[in-house]
Design a protein around this ligand. Sequence first.
Ligand code: TXA
Ligand code: MG
Length: 338
Amino acid sequence: MNYLSEYVDIADQVITEIFDPVATESIANAYSLLSEGKLVAFPTETVYGLGANGLDPLAVEKIFLAKGRPSDNPLILHVASLDQALPLWQVNPQELQLARKLADIFWPGPLSLVLPSSDRVPSLVTAGLDSVAVRAPANAVARKLLNACPFPLAAPSANLSGRPSPTRAEHVTTTLDGRIAAILDGGPTEIGIESTVLDIRKAQPRLLRPGSLSRPALEAVIGKIIQSFDSTEPSPGLRHNHYQPRGVKLRLVNSEAIKAAWSQSNSILCRQTTGNRLGSRSGPLLLLPDSASDFAAALYNAFYSLEDLGVELCLIEQVPKSPEWRAIQDRLERATAD
Ligand code: TXA
Ligand code: MG
């Protein structure tokens, strides 16, 4: 279509502005670009999102173009509150009750709720599905921006498709500079791993993507959840390659293999205690914190560091198999998949 080729031409010449969210005019400037149908990256508590007016199909189309995102991968709509989410869904009383219960406890926060979409939602957002994922992020800059916008923001992670999600504004620049109108630089994100995606359309809720909100935390509130991200019917986005640093081959290995490789020249990414136990080494070494939450916050920055170091191969130590590590394990498995 015509507007697409126009955008591609323009996209090559875009100068990506960096806004400091502390400056009073930044939110107004970001809103103004978004209302013109342009793309603005913004921090959330999980990772940076690439925002567009989620009710404007032309703006949403630009997200897919800027990221090189496969068109079968639906987007999450970001809202300021449950009140802003309700018109985006077409729910029955049971679904409404469950959504309210979860939003009361976990919103704003890293939980995306999948429910039947209303006809206000463009089909580009849902990739043609009859459901839509919505979440209210907790990050203060994201909340200010959403409060300034009279529309929801469609926002995937703000990276070229296939690369690691950005946890700092610099990571957004690395893959999207010149392809988007602006970045609100809110510093490093707190959580570092994407939201949990939960389908609550059926009596038995289904976990479509493990995320920073753990399954036990959700089950404590709504009872048993079916884990469907490793089934034959995963969330559409999970079919595609993810989280892979450019030019770096990642391999997930056990502690024995890390020990065996310690005296070799390959780069290694492992937990602090493992590094302390094995001592110094000559090859590149990235040590990540021992707690799951701190490890998550540092992970994608470590992936982008590997790109900067120009290493060809990096061995990554397996993480523990407990629930708080589940989402990290999922990201490591996907990052190391061929
Ligand atoms: O933390 C996050 O969720 C971040 C920040 C920016 O909010 N966003 C994010 O978006 O990770 P993205 O596009 O990178 O991942 C969205 C995931 C994909 O796996 C997609 O398939 C799934 O959510 N998803 C979106 N809508 C869906 C739907 N209607 N049904 C099933 N899965 C859906
Ligand atoms: Mg993503």
